[in-house]
Design a protein around this ligand. Structure first.
Ligand SMILES: [Zn+2]
Length: 512
């Protein structure tokens, strides 16, 4: 979809169980097909291109690579490693009044005792706003939807019914109508009650609408002969497209914002629940006040309870910086916000928070908001760190022009030389490299560094107009770049693939 336009994000995930290989083959064939359609001008291709202009499609062909290699349902940890069990599905929560799409329950991201693949996929999903998903399996021929688990020892239609049942039926029917093999669309627990499915977690806590598609069955036929794969693909190709189209029609701008509860006079919640934090670096922590339901307050006191090892301070760059801060206990920080004019701007309260580099403890944040004669509770927020990555870097003797695909940890060795970054019209100095920010540095002697750091994968911001010094987190084709050749002379190159750690000069006109 064109950048900046609000469209639904869709996800297709296969290979959750390693012995259900058609669920891996179908997403790969879909990728191949979409690429072919991208380069064709048939009427079919034009329809597919229009579809892709109106959504973002994520394809995760195999969630359980170990299992696929060994032909097992489980990952290499054996019977504990069923990746579609053991997710915190939240079945013990009260159903009524528990709003979807927010991490307000501190248990929603419990990561203890989960398999590594589950933790990775939860972190990845939590950082995005995915509207609808297909979870592909085999062993039956049907489509089911949350909830797969319900309190009580047996299935109960009342307890397993999801508030979005009508939407699930509609999206599931769109798939089934286009697939000659599948006719049943049903609640998952009514088929088989299961504890800890990815679909339940993704629905209850992220608000995503996931369908479980059982592509081919019955249970003894999870992996039919490979020669039948083409006909299974012919059955599912129109169904994938019909589902994508139906999601885009129903939710042309993606998921609606979660419903809010009736508020006290003044209330606030943590903003940017889907962004991840950068361990070891100060960054803004923003709380958004709801619309004031009476006259604006004269002052608000925000008391935050932060996890062990976190520090908080006034954010001088905020639009409305706190006037004062006070340490209440080792983990409690209070901030006084005052608006003399009564103008609270967009009602955001911003402070600066520095999480520790050690991410072993779970980051659950909570707080209270106080005003004259009243207070309200800030719903707990479970915040996730950015994923860790490694990168091997060679520094040359002399000047180096670099852009890293990660922000190195403070504990990672880094030469103590100043960095020169480009600020649009002049160079400025920096002390520590940041992901995707290009810099020059002078080295007395060459060295090899094994960097360990934090990696943001939500893409780099578009370049500002004018002369820019840019790099790329991923190998990327860029046009009209200026690169230093082996002879030390800067040359204009019409088209080049830029991969980290290379940085190049670019000129971007005022208007594209
Ligand atoms: Zn399965």
């Amino acid at each position: 979809a064109p950048p900046g336009r609000a469209v639904p994000e869709l996800l297709i995930v296969g290979g959750i169980h390693g012995d259900e290989r058609p669920s891996v083959d179908m997403p790969l064939r879909l990728l191949h097909y979409l690429v072919e359609m991208r380069h064709s001008s048939s009427s079919e291709a034009l329809a597919v291109q229009t579809l892709l202009q109106n959504c973002v499609l994520w394809i995760l062909p195999v969630l359980n690579p170990d299992g696929m290699v060994s032909g097992s349902r489980y990952n290499s940890n054996g019977l504990d490693g069923d990746l579609n069990r053991n997710f915190p599905d939240g079945v013990l929560l009260e159903q009524a009044g528990d709003s979807l799409g927010t991490f307000q329950n501190a248990d929603s991201l419990r990561l203890a005792e989960l398999q590594q693949e589950q933790i990775v996929v939860m972190r990845w999903l939590a950082a995005r706003k995915i509207t609808a998903a297909l979870h592909l399996h085999t062993g039956a021929e049907l489509i089911c939807f949350p909830y797969g688990n319900c309190s009580g020892s047996v299935y109960s239609p009342e307890l397993a019914r999801a508030p979005h049942e009508a939407a699930f039926l509609d999206l599931g029917q769109a798939y089934a109508d286009a697939n000659p093999r599948i006719s049943t669309v049903c609640n998952a627990a009514s088929w088989v009650k299961v504890v800890g499915e990815l679909a339940d977690w993704q629905y209850r806590y992220l608000g995503t609408l996931p369908l479980t598609v059982e592509l081919v069955g019955p249970a003894y036929n999870k992996e039919p002969l490979y020669c039948t794969m083409s006909s299974i693909w012919q059955e599912n190709r129109p169904a994938f497209l019909a589902w994508m189209e139906r999601v885009s029609e129903r939710y042309p701008q993606g998921l609606p914002a979660p419903e809010t509860r009736p508020d006290p006079v003044y209330s606030a919640e943590f903003r940017s629940t889907r962004e991840q934090y950068l361990p070891g670096f100060p960054q803004p922590l923003i709380l958004q006040c709801a619309e004031f339901s009476s006259a604006p307050p004269e002052a608000l006191i925000l008391t935050l309870t932060l996890p062990e090892g976190w520090q908080a301070s006034i954010d001088p760059a905020a639009t409305l910086p706190a006037l004062a801060t006070r340490l209440e206990s080792a983990s409690e920080f209070s901030f006084l916000f005052l608006s003399e004019s009564g103008d609270w701007g967009d009602r955001s309260l911003s402070i600066s928070a520095t999480p520790p580099e050690d991410i072993s403890a779970e980051a659950i944040l909570s707080g209270t908001l106080q005003w004259l004669n009243g207070s309200s509770t800030v719903a707990p927020q479970h915040w996730l760190p950015l994923p860790e990555r490694d990168f091997d870097l060679t520094l040359q003797t002399g000047w180096n022009l670099l852009a890293l695909p990660l922000t190195p940890k403070h504990s990672t060795p880094w030469p103590n030389n100043p960095l020169f970054t480009w600020a649009g019209s002049k160079f400025q100095t920096a002390t520590w490299p940041r992901q995707s920010v290009a810099f020059w540095t002078w080295q007395e002697q060459a060295s090899e560094l094994n960097l360990s750091g934090w990696h943001r994968d939500d893409g780099d911001p578009p370049p500002h107009p004018g002369w820019q010094l840019g790099g790329s987190t991923w190998p990327q084709t860029l046009t009209n770049i200026y690169r230093t050749g082996a002879d030390g002379v800067v040359q204009k190159v019409p088209v080049a693939v830029i991969a980290p750690p290379e940085a190049v000069w670019l000129f971007r006109p005022e208007t594209e």
